[in-house]
Design a protein around this ligand. Structure first.
Ligand SMILES: *Cc1c(COP(=O)(O)O)cnc(C)c1O
Length: 368
């Protein structure tokens, strides 16, 4: 059997991509908000049901630029149970991350703990729809409103997710998506910010293009975070197949669930009420005492069959050496425990169901 990774990048047919890029050999317009960029923006606005969309060079810069365009200062309340990018974006903007614990059921920010972390320096809340699980958006909004805080969602995992029939892009002051090759929808590298406020969008558009205003002035110190035409073309192709791809992910996820849900000591990613999921990841949380084997042992066992599950997310971002002595992960005990127990199993649209069965057999064989 070939090596099985935690994910595998989806690609359109080679000819489909070629057809999408061919006329650039005539136009010579390869980047700078070209025709494909605008077409992709429009299609994503529809697909995500977003009020407005700004395409960005990658998911990480989507978060950095969203934070900058909001003119934030001081502290941002966030979660340590995420990919490095979320926390780094806050720190790189000169802001201070303040870590809130997560819930033990869906691993998103525990909204009931936000209020106790608010100080006079707090300017925003940055929760993550981790694994595509929807945050408690109503509770987050209520706290934000009470304390006049901005809300920026890291929506990198939640492309295509809906909550109560509304696209996930509609919550908060901004949602930041990643279109990295490993994500549910991709443009090779890429990202987007969705938002309701037009003035914020104009600010964002300037920041991604050197702060330029027309041809002769830069009204602020922007950078370069443009999405080029080749990547936009990849996005246009991938978007044609996205529903089919998510449907295939669903089959894989359901097979895992059938095989693993009755085993005691394994907690599977929850089925959230009111949520249309995208099946981005299949994390399983192992309680060693009950299951009879710990997360690391299971990962090693799978690796011996060339099956590479990943410890998403371990360690907590607050435990990274670059943040040494700045944060105490004991203050987010649920996140700390989940990070020591969670293993994300391989899941991608073309993962054969017999391989899923084999993975489940290996996992279950670890029980003592
Ligand atoms: C992938 C990811 C990002 C960063 O996106 P890139 O497109 O890789 O820059 C940010 N946050 C989370 C939670 C992610 O998984």
């Amino acid at each position: 059997m070939d090596r099985i990774n935690v994910t595998r990048t989806s690609l359109p047919a080679f000819e489909e991509y070629c057809a999408e890029i061919r006329d650039m050999w005539e136009s010579r317009w390869l980047t700078n908000m070209g025709e494909r960029h605008e077409r992709l923006r429009g299609k994503l606005q529809d697909y995500l049901e977003a009020r407005h969309v700004e395409l960005i060079a990658n998911g990480h810069l989507s978060i950095e630029l969203a934070l900058q365009a909001m003119n934030l200062t001081g502290e941002v309340i966030t979660t340590p149970f995420t990919f490095a990018s979320t926390t780094h974006a806050i720190a790189r903007c000169g802001l201070t991350p303040v870590f809130c614990d997560i819930t033990p059921t869906d691993f998103t920010m525990d909204a009931s703990k936000i209020e106790s972390l608010i100080t006079e320096k707090t300017s925003a809340i940055l929760p993550v729809h981790v694994y595509g699980n929807v945050c408690d958006v109503e509770a987050v909004e209520a706290v934000a409103k009470r304390h006049k805080l901005k809300v920026i969602y890291d929506a990198a995992h939640s492309f295509g997710v809906k909550y109560k029939g509304r696209g996930i892009a509609n919550f908060g002051d901004a949602s930041c998506f990643s279109f990295h090759a490993t994500k549910v929808f991709h443009t090779i590298e890429g990202g987007a910010v969705t938002y309701p406020d037009i003035a914020f969008g104009q600010h964002l558009a300037r920041l991604k293009n050197f702060g330029l205003d027309g041809q002769e002035d830069a009204s602020e110190i922007g950078g370069n975070a443009k999405l080029d035409e080749f990547r936009a073309a990849m996005g246009l192709c991938n978007l044609r197949h996205i529903d089919e791809e998510i449907a295939k992910r669903k089959q894989v996820a359901e097979r895992y669930r059938e095989r693993l849900e009755s085993a005691s000591g394994i907690q599977l990613n929850p089925i959230q009420r009111g949520v249309t999921p995208n099946y981005a990841y299949f994390p399983a949380v192992f309680d060693e005492e009950v299951f009879g084997a710990g997360r690391d042992e299971i990962q090693t066992k799978l690796a011996s069959y060339d099956i590479h599950a990943r410890k998403y997310f371990y360690p907590l971002t607050s435990e990274f050496s670059c943040y040494k002595d700045r944060f105490d992960s004991a203050l987010t005990p649920v996140a700390k425990q989940v990070s020591r127990r969670a293993l994300t199993l391989p899941l991608y649209p073309d993962l054969p169901l017999d391989v899923v069965d084999k993975i489940c057999d290996i996992v279950l064989s670890c029980r003592k």
